[in-house]
Write a protein that binds this ligand. Structure first.
Ligand code: COA
Length: 382
């Protein structure tokens, strides 16, 4: 396999973007990535999108997006893995370049969630229809059950969850592209309305529009496009049972662990080598579970990480320096690529006020559903 690098990135602001359609969002992010690398041709485009069909009535996303940026004719593929669609698009693009099949591939993610669809019902189609959604469970409901199981097993409290929100909003306040770029106080989180007990409004990621794109090429060509490429050292994809009730331990995200182990193995690194990470905090409890499953903290110790500053900017292992899904926003198909962009910028010294000094190795973890799919990438600044 060839070594692969990311050489440029483009991203819209995340939020309720009434003025932009699904295709506008994609075009803005894609054209920014192409312009940054001074590229006007591609071998292939891979687009992650959870559900253009249900959110805005648009399927056949691959050719639509190629056409939208004036590249009808190019190979274009749409990939879906619920909220992990962006991360899986990155992995697909990586494999395409690594295999030698293509030299220049755009990996993108896009979602338009605020155009009037019943968002909670659409998102619930990423749960098991027969065993879960049919009975009325929603994603806040599924993660509330994960939170309860974690509380029972580890003594995790509502305050531990709230600290994750406080930390990520503090990071997001430094990110001009974040949907909620403002700090929140612990008391504010603890008093926000209950969405699904024990998850309050400020412990949930919001409903968002947005798009993100990165340009991949063989590492040996990377300096043609940028002085500061970032190498993708490892990729890992894994699955778990669709239904939460079928898992031995609902508080432990086994697909996250497996995908992390696969990515670490390919990269030849371990959790102790990771200096900055973006993980899938769709709900505050998810960040706690993900950092445990990735081995960034001991199993059961995740509840303390935000409160003690371990995972804050300036801490030993900063997590979700972008603000995470919580503060930056979560346009589901775009999230995995946006996470990769944060790590790309961190490893090339381009993260501005959020910069983690001296970071050379970073990780992004993107999850589908209640953890039925997870994809991890390990990156290195070169
Ligand atoms: N974080 C911070 N502020 C938020 C917020 C969030 N997650 N969600 C909404 N707000 C703010 C809004 O800006 C609004 O403020 P305003 O009154 O000053 O304008 C207020 O809170 C109420 O917002 P509203 O949009 O009416 O909330 P809602 O009740 O319709 O939706 C949730 C709130 C949490 C239910 C919704 O965002 C949600 O379903 N999130 C989870 C999405 C999800 O499941 N994603 C997939 C994960 S696997």
């Amino acid at each position: 396999m060839r070594e692969v690098a990311i050489v440029s990135a483009g991203m819209t602001r995340f939020g309720e973007l009434w003025e932009s359609s699904l295709r506008d969002l994609f075009a803005e992010a894609a054209l920014e990535a192409l312009a940054a690398a001074k590229v006007d041709r591609l071998d292939s485009i891979v687009v992650g999108c959870m559900s253009g069909g249900q959110f805005v009535g648009q399927e056949h996303i691959g050719p639509l997006m190629a056409d939208q940026i004036g590249m009808a004719g190019v190979a274009a593929t749409h990939v879906e893995s619920a909220c992990a669609s962006g991360g899986v698009a990155l992995r697909t693009a990586f494999l395409e370049v690594a295999s030698g099949a293509s030299d220049l591939v755009l990996a993108a993610g896009v979602e338009k969630m605020t155009d009037g669809a019943d968002v909670t019902a659409v998102l619930a189609t990423a749960a098991d229809q027969e065993l879960e959604a049919f009975h009325g469970i929603t994603f806040p409901g599924l993660y509330a059950m994960i939170a309860r199981a974690h509380m029972q097993a580890n003594g995790t409290t509502e305050e531990d969850l709230a600290w994750v929100a406080v930390k990520n909003h503090r990071h997001g306040a430094l990110n001009p592209k974040a949907q909620f770029a403002r700090e929140v106080k612990l008391e504010e989180v603890m008093k926000s309305s209950m969405v699904s007990d024990p998850l309050r409004l400020l412990c949930c990621s919001p409903v968002s529009d947005g798009a993100a794109a990165v340009l991949l090429c063989p590492l040996e060509h990377a300096k043609r496009y940028t002085d500061h490429p970032v190498k993708i050292r490892g990729t890992g994809l894994a699955t778990s049972t669709m239904a939460l009730a079928d898992r031995k331990d609902p508080a432990f995200l086994d697909a996250v662990q497996l995908s992390g182990e696969r990515a670490y193995k390919m990269a030849g690194v371990g959790p102790a080598d990771i200096q900055v990470a973006e993980v899938h905090d769709c709900f505050a409890i998810a960040e706690i579970c993900c950092i445990e499953a990735l081995g960034l903290v001991e199993k059961g110790a995740g509840r303390h990480a935000a409160r003690t500053g371990l995972t804050a900017l300036g801490g030993k292992i900063p997590v979700n320096t972008s603000g995470g899904l919580k503060s930056k926003g979560h346009p589901v198909g775009a999230t995995g690529i946006a996470q990769a962009i944060e790590i790309f910028e961190q490893l090339r010294g381009g993260a501005g006020a959020r910069q983690v000094k001296g970071a050379r190795i970073g990780l992004a973890q993107n999850m589908g559903g209640s953890g039925a799919s997870s994809v991890v990438h390990v990156f290195e600044g070169v």
